[in-house]
Design a binder for this molecule. Structure first.
Ligand code: GLC
Length: 710
């Protein structure tokens, strides 16, 4: 099928109004009601967002009444499952799933999500987020694959592969570019990076998305060095479309065109803004409904060339053609019964098990049995807190979910009740996350929890954060366990009890205070429908931990950013009042097994640039149970013309080991990948000595050197 030809044939028949209508995307809640209804009846708008399948009928009928019968493409934030629907399979957050370091998991999750979105009659997911979670104060770290560009690139390509596998759903690489890097960790703010830094770090996952054939990109709200991304011809056209060869279409983020005038104050009005934004490379405007009229006027007045409009419409229509939206005979969507089905939830359970990270265990885990278990804490039985952002609990009208039964939704409390059927399970909140209750209530809740702890043989405390502390426009300066959460852990410990702490939170927090009193710490991040059951089986030891952190935790909020791949300090090396680095760094995660690494060896200790070399390392499972170890390979070019990080992730592998098994893990290293960008943005691989680091915890390393020659 020649999709470009199909698009071209349509463009040749379209009026300017029909063309520009394809470039307008609308949501009902951001468009004046009367105007929205007019557009809806007219049937020519190119895309709608946040419309659920049950409401697509009228839009499709209006489009079918038009001469060209071009249906709208329906976009939705199905970013960890089609989670705007209560009955759908709600997966762990992107950050949680990144703890699996498993491309196959992200690909399968993408495929399942796409099937459920398509079964619901929609065709476009605004996912994956390929920004990096390097500044933990930013409100949307939970939506990222963590802090590292290589891990993000590999997992991002995998989820896109899954989303687009059926050919019925388009993925969307967002938010282009470097949204999470804004100064101060502020949401949708200015980003102080150079193009060299962009190429060294931030463009890498987006280039991987282009190479994976991602059909759409979303322009970030922010600005780079004072230039709004929305009007950056350099990034949107010269790099993304021309250099990288992206041939899908670019949609702006929410109201970006309008923001050029109001927030960023770079234009007096939409007349100019829409011209420069489209010429820069935006093919579709998300909302900013004035865009439609202003762009038509600009064409009529000759302020923008017709060809620029035609190119944008060609891109949009070729994507619609690839999704089968222009076919007269539509191929059937997956059956609606697949939405939230047992098979999907069974896979969701596996994802949840692999997403959990064991941060500390002094032997209290596994908790094989206990007569009476006290499950305490504000996040032990709070599904909205467990889900995190972009679900029916955070982004849909409350009444939409009323009456919808769902058997597969496990808070930690429900999971413990199911797994420890022979134990007595008691529960109390102990405190709220935000500490918003009255002091009388607060003391009552605390006392109630402590009383239950006193009489229990085992105590599990679920803490973390809530949706109000994450998300768009919800950045945090103090990454603490808010309210009386630390106190709850401390006072339970002071009763002489062993404390199993479970973190259910959007992003890394300061754990120092809590960690002093906890005998075990499990990080679940925002785990989805099956999270509570997965956590309960991990606590009991029916499952083993394999997750590793994709993001570093801070000693102190003020000591951020704390990502691992920083330049070596050369003048003093840390704050005087906070330790250097991270208590739980990128790549860290424990298991019920202990894995030991032998010495790393190379097939060559001297190689030509361009050669492939093999690194081998023995790995032993000292434990008495089956397990999976994520082996990480980093590299460092010892001398470069520009600063390079202390080490950079080059590759990673998840290895399955039987009890007491030793295997040999090998990596084939393409020496062309050991380069960096010089001051003129030229990618180069230097001659000289390189060090390779192999690690299973981001803290200890086996090293080996190679000399590269021309
Ligand atoms: C939001 C977000 C973006 C999302 C879009 C549509 O403002 O920035 O990630 O996909 O609008 O909901």
């Amino acid at each position: 099928m020649d999709f470009k030809k199909m698009a071209e044939e349509l463009v040749s028949k379209m009026t300017i109004e029909e063309k520009v209508a394809q470039m307008q995307q609308l949501s009902e809640n951001a468009t004046p009601k009367e105007l929205f209804e007019t557009f809806k009846k007219d049937g020519k708008i190119g895309s709608y967002l946040h419309v659920l399948g049950k409401d697509t009928g009228e839009f499709l009928e209006s489009a079918a009444q038009t001469e060209l019968k071009i249906p709208p493409i329906f976009g939705i934030d199905a970013i960890h499952g089609h989670a705007f629907l209560k009955q759908a399979t709600i997966f762990p957050s992107q950050l949680a799933m990144a703890c699996t370091w498993e491309e196959g998991v992200l690909e399968k999750m993408g495929e399942i999500t796409a099937d459920e979105v398509a079964a619901d009659g929609l065709n476009w997911v605004f996912s994956p987020v390929l920004c990096l979670g390097r500044d933990l104060r930013w409100g949307r770290v939970d939506e990222t694959f963590g802090e590292d560009a290589e891990l993000c690139a590999r997992l991002g390509a995998a989820i896109i592969r899954g989303y687009q596998k059926s050919g019925k759903v388009a993925a969307c690489a967002k938010h282009y570019l470097a949204y999470g890097e804004a100064t101060g960790g502020r949401d949708a703010y200015d980003i102080e990076i150079t193009e060299r830094k962009a190429r060294e770090i931030f463009l890498k996952p987006f280039k991987a998305a282009v190479d994976e054939g991602c059909l759409t990109f979303m322009t970030a709200y922010g600005s780079i060095d004072g230039e709004p991304l929305t009007i950056s011809k350099r990034y949107l056209t010269e790099i993304l479309k021309e250099e990288f060869g992206f041939d899908g279409f670019v949609v702006t983020d929410w109201k970006n065109f309008w923001c050029l005038i109001t927030g960023q104050k770079t234009f007096e009005n939409m007349d100019e803004a829409c011209v420069e934004g489209v010429e820069a490379g935006n093919d579709m405007s998300m909302n900013s409904y004035e865009f439609y009229g202003a762009l038509i006027q600009a064409v009529k007045e000759g302020r923008i060339a017709q060809e620029v409009i035609d190119n944008a419409v060609r891109r949009i229509l070729s994507v619609k053609a690839r999704l089968g939206l222009l076919d007269e005979e539509k191929t059937p969507a997956p059956p609606k019964e697949c939405i939230g089905c047992k098979a999907h939830q069974a896979y969701n359970y596996e994802v949840s098990v692999k997403s959990a990270v064991l941060l500390k265990n002094n032997g209290v885990l596994p908790l094989k049995q206990a007569k009476k278990i006290a499950v305490l804490g504000p996040n032990a039985d709070d599904l909205p807190a467990q889900y995190g952002d972009w679900t029916y609990t955070s982004h849909r009208p409350k009444d939409e979910a009323i009456g919808i039964e769902k058997e597969n939704e496990y808070t930690l409390l429900k999971g413990i009740q199911e797994v420890y059927k022979d134990s007595e399970i008691v529960y109390a909140k102990g405190c709220s996350v935000l500490g918003s209750e009255t002091s009388a209530e607060s003391d009552l809740w605390m006392q109630e929890a402590l009383e239950l702890a006193k009489g229990a043989d085992a105590v599990i405390v679920a803490i973390g954060d809530v949706h109000a502390q994450n998300g768009e426009e919800q950045d945090r300066a103090k990454l603490v366990l808010s309210g009386r959460q630390n106190e709850l852990i401390k006072r339970v410990k002071e009763l002489g009890k062993q404390v199993i702490a479970v973190l259910i939170n959007g992003k890394p927090l300061e754990l120092g205070e809590m960690e002093k009193y906890a005998d075990a710490v499990i990080e679940a991040f925002n785990t989805g429908d099956m999270g509570g059951l997965a956590l309960a089986n991990l606590i009991k030891g029916k499952e083993n931990f394999s997750g590793k952190l994709p993001i570093s935790f801070p000693y102190d909020s003020a000591a951020t950013p704390c990502y691992y791949n920083q330049y070596e300090y050369w003048h003093g090396n840390k704050y005087v009042d906070v330790p250097k680095g991270s208590p739980y760094p990128f790549g860290f995660g424990l298991s019920y097994n202990r894995y030991t690494y032998g010495e790393a060896t190379l097939s060559k200790t001297q190689a030509k640039i361009g050669d492939k070399i093999e690194l081998r390392i023995p790995l032993t499972n000292e434990g008495d149970r089956q397990g999976e170890e994520i082996v990480q390979l980093y590299y460092k070019d010892k001398v470069c013309k520009t600063l390079t990080p202390v080490r950079t992730l080059l590759d990673f592998k998840k290895v399955s080991l039987s009890p007491k098994q030793t295997c040999e893990v090998s990596f084939v290293i393409d020496t062309n990948k050991l380069g960096y960008y010089d001051r003129n943005c030229n990618y180069q691989v230097d001659e000289g000595e390189f060090t390779f680091f192999v690690s299973g915890d981001g803290k200890t390393f086996k090293t080996v050197n190679v000399l590269l020659v021309k």
